[in-house]
Design a protein around this ligand. Structure first.
Ligand code: HEM
Length: 174
């Protein structure tokens, strides 16, 4: 399960549905350390995609590494107890300042634990009951398209999703 956790966290790090999270309406004006005034009434947001792809946070941040967080967690594992300790933040459902996938701090997503459990149940069923493969001749995943702050399927893929993009067949019962 720790490897699935790592895989899911890396999927959100690399292919989040949005490139910006933590939107806030400014109630009182304030000034940044570079002198820029942020007036009241405007909406600000954090470009989380810049945080999660920062080389200061992750080695080779542009690569998809399914075991990235699993390997980070190993560094924090207590040899005696086997637990990973609170500092690793490598669980899929952790609100993590290096990815911001679920936000961070007081307003971090409260639904992340439910989302994590649901996604794992769905994936568990798919992996148990189905064979999944790319269509013949296709060797890599389609490229994400960005539309404003949103990451969307390429238009052609939406049409083909059921038939061609993933060849899915149900396993015969044992
Ligand atoms: C993979 C699935 C999900 C992702 C990636 C996600 C991500 C986020 C993000 C980035 C925020 C903004 C945090 C902020 O502004 O600081 C948020 C807030 C929130 N999410 Fe989720 N979320 C997911 C699933 C869910 C589910 C399943 C629920 C409810 C059952 C939920 C309920 C909420 C609520 C109520 C807030 C507002 C929290 C607040 O403002 O205090 N989310 N979520």
């Amino acid at each position: 399960m720790t490897k699935l956790d790592s895989f899911l966290k890396e999927v959100l790090r690399c292919s989040n549905m949005v490139s910006a999270t933590i939107h806030r309406k400014v109630k009182k004006p304030f000034t940044l350390s570079n002198g820029q005034l942020i007036p009241s009434g405007v909406t600000i947001e954090i470009l989380s995609i810049c945080v999660s792809s920062d080389a200061g946070n992750f080695t080779h941040p542009d690569e998809f590494d399914a075991l990235r967080f699993y390997n980070i967690a190993q560094q924090y594992q207590d040899e005696k107890t086997g637990s990973y300790g609170p500092v690793s933040n490598t669980e899929f459902s952790a609100a993590d300042s290096r990815t911001l996938s679920f936000g961070y701090g007081r307003h971090a997503c409260p639904g992340r634990f439910l989302a994590s459990a649901e996604i794992k149940m769905i994936l568990g069923n798919i992996l148990t009951d189905y064979e999944i493969k790319l269509p013949a001749g296709v060797l890599e995943r389609y490229k994400n398209l960005s539309f404003g702050p949103y990451v969307v399927f390429p238009e052609s893929l939406e049409k083909d999703l059921d038939t061609e993009s993933f060849v899915v067949s149900q396993r015969a019962p044992n």
